[in-house]
Design a protein around this ligand. Structure first.
Ligand code: ADP
Ligand code: ASP
Ligand code: MG
Length: 396
């Protein structure tokens, strides 16, 4: 009898009918003789709604109370799903992240899972119950406070649970058929990938492909848990995320991130100066280079003010530049930056489309360009059209 871990995202449990559909799928898996643990996200846009509500109530930061608020979203869906499964004659019980033994550090809003002590999950499985676990949340082992894992964090809960229970894989059910060569909502002709490596997926996710939380991919790699990203609407195979198989280097896809800001130093010609200042302030910046307005970096938009302060505090730094109206488009694939023809072609394609490139940076697996926010979608489409066109001359 195998342990099956299934995670259902927000759209998949978005309303009563969808919750009943998930319940049927879970019940069928249980009745086939498997032990089943289900991780759920908050329904639909609940988390965004709570964030919005909190801003209406208070303009200030309340990290602890914010986590108390946001964790309520997953609590709603876990209870409703347990009810729907029980109505099908299958025993089911819901547990919060804390009850399920997801132990984290103390960092509210983006806690790291440090340990899983899912004794209660095991007890219920031994009794034959389906166990529903609220995703995205845990409890600090040090101070017993409730924490959240960051946006998309239910994916991390699911991988942690799959690892703890020794499941063969972690099934991630979502509202698209798998991982595509670009966001299929933006690029309808994007192709589904049958298999990607942890490295490739981590790079796509880190560059903005929200279909998986990038941290969950890193946990999958660390703990050796393959992920199967698939549709909650049908039974077709999705995309497997697992160790790399031998083969020639290949381009994987185009990822985009609209929530970026460009910060920089106008007179600076050394990108390392910007990188060091941001690193010292613990601001994530994985796209640093010299662009049209001096040395600069892409940072998450909600950290733009902190990044500006970090650069301004540097002794002798000249004019600090901030542009919050940017987006990041990334061509992901092994060795992209080592292929001068690819780098040149990407620049030409954007230029030909009249899209100004404000900054370009490369890593071994990624070539990223910052473009004006209003041109981001178009940049994704034109790059995808050139690098992933169907037939010969397409994805290589
Ligand atoms: P869930 O609520 O199931 O976790 P998310 O919204 O977090 O769903 O992730 C699924 C979404 O990710 C899709 O609806 C799609 O728009 C987006 N997405 C972005 N990039 C990709 C990609 N390369 N492949 C598939 N989906 C992607
Ligand atoms: N509900 C959380 C979010 O919207 C966690 C998740 O969906 O995985 O980010
Ligand atoms: Mg998600």
């Amino acid at each position: 009898m195998a342990v099956i871990v299934q995670k259902y995202g927000g759209t998949s449990v978005g309303d009563a009918e969808r919750i009943r559909a998930v319940a049927r799928r879970v019940a069928v898996t249980r009745l086939a003789g498997h032990e089943v643990v289900v991780i759920v996200s908050a329904m639909g846009h609940t988390t965004d709604h709570f964030l919005d509500l909190s801003r209406q109530v208070s303009p200030n930061d309340h990290p602890r109370e914010m986590d108390m608020l946001l964790t309520a979203g997953e609590r709603i869906s876990m209870a409703l799903l347990a009810m729907a499964i029980r109505d099908l004659g299958v025993e089911a019980v819901s547990l919060t992240g804390s009850q399920a033994g997801i132990l984290t550090n103390t960092v509210h809003g983006r806690a790291e899972i440090e340990e899983v002590r899912a004794f209660r999950v095991k007890e219920h499985l031994d009794r034959g119950d389906v166990v529903i676990v609220a995703g995205f949340q845990g409890v600090s082992a040090v101070n017993k406070e409730i924490t959240t894992l960051g946006r998309g964090g239910s994916d991390a809960t699911a991988v942690a649970m799959a690892s703890y229970l020794g499941a063969d894989a972690c099934e991630v059910y979502t509202d698209v058929d798998g991982v595509f060569t670009a966001d299929p909502r933006l690029v309808p002709e994007a192709r589904k990938l049958d298999e990607v490596s942890y490295d490739e997926m981590a790079e796509m996710a880190g560059a903005g492909a929200a279909v998986l939380m990038s941290r969950s991919v890193e946990l999958g790699r660390r703990w050796g848990v393959p992920l199967h990203v698939r549709s909650s609407f049908h039974h077709g195979e999705g995309t497997w995320v697992r160790p790399a198989t031998a083969g020639p280097p290949r381009l994987i896809g185009i990822a985009h991130d609209p929530d970026q800001a460009l910060v920089g130093l106008a007179a600076e010609e050394d990108a390392a100066v910007v990188a060091e200042a941001l690193l010292a302030a613990a601001i994530p910046a994985d796209t640093v280079g010299v662009g049209r307005d001096g040395a600069g970096a892409a940072v998450p938009r909600d950290q733009a003010a902190a990044a500006v302060a970090a650069l301004a505090a540097r002794p002798g730094s000249g004019e600090v530049v901030l542009n919050e109206g940017v987006g990041k488009v990334s061509l992901v694939g092994a060795g992209v930056a080592d292929r001068p023809d690819t780098v040149a072609r990407a620049g030409e394609v954007l230029d030909a489309a009249g899209i100004p490139v404000l900054l370009t940076a490369a890593t071994p697996l990624r070539l990223s360009s910052l473009v004006p926010a209003e041109s981001l979608d178009e940049a994704v489409r034109v790059l995808h059209g050139v690098f992933f066109a169907p037939g010969p001359g397409g994805a290589r």
